[in-house]
Design a protein around this ligand. Structure first.
Ligand code: SF4
Length: 213
């Protein structure tokens, strides 16, 4: 047990040294716009999302405007990103729910968030952590991969199990920062296909390196 704690401390402090400025890379002005950007980011990059959101937010700045939108118009504005038809439908439906049930405000409650169309647990965690500054860890593909490689989770753990283990292993006041640190590490050093292992401080404790022998 002590060893796990020591490892976690080491991992956290090295990640902080590497990425002192780790932060959410989606552009937004309000929690509603954050929720929209997070929904758009499924299976695409934050960079692609940031290219479409300025025009989208100008045309539909809040839930009230988006609730009245035509599907075709929203599709046109976001058609450069993947799954744009589904995403357009989800954005409009989610905005109508917000207007009907929450006076246009994104709720700061996990159970309510996951009832919104197109919002899963990962997106809800990003909204809670980034938008409302609640301690939370959103497990996306980067967080999942690097958690396994760093032995913070098991190879066959699903995203819920990875989230549970990270929350158990790191103190609550570090959860939100940890989420950004693991994403930056996964994005800029420990990528899926071309990890930069030669300059990684975790070579000794990495599952991937051990598998390579
Ligand atoms: S050694 Fe390579 S695979 Fe392992 S954590 Fe570091 S960058 Fe990722």
């Amino acid at each position: 047990m002590a060893r796990v704690k020591a490892d976690c401390e080491y991992i956290y402090s090295e990640l902080e040294k590497m990425f002192p400025d780790a932060h959410c890379e989606l552009n937004y002005q309000t929690v509603y716009q954050l929720a929209v950007a997070v929904m758009l980011s499924a299976q695409t990059t934050d960079v692609s999302v940031n290219k479409v959101t300025p025009a989208l937010f100008k045309r539909y700045p809040d839930a009230f405007a988006m609730a009245e939108a035509s599907q075709k118009e929203v599709e046109e504005l976001i058609r450069s990103i993947g799954l744009y038809k589904n995403k357009a439908a989800n954005l409009i439906a989610m905005s109508r729910q917000l207007v009907d049930e929450y006076d246009g405000i994104v709720p700061d409650d996990m159970e309510k968030l996951v009832q919104l169309r197109g919002v899963g647990r990962k997106s809800a965690n990003v909204i809670l952590s980034e938008g409302y500054k609640h301690p939370a860890i959103a497990v996306d593909t980067h967080v999942h991969r690097v958690s396994v490689r760093l032995h913070l989770a098991a190879v066959d753990d699903d995203v819920n199990e990875v989230e549970r283990k990270l929350m158990k292993r790191f103190p609550r006041d570090r959860w939100s920062k940890l989420h950004h640190l693991l994403i930056f590490f996964g994005r800029y050093m420990c990528s899926a296909r071309k990890p930069q292992c030669e300059s990684c401080p975790f070579r000794e404790c990495c599952r991937e390196m051990k598998m390579k022998g």
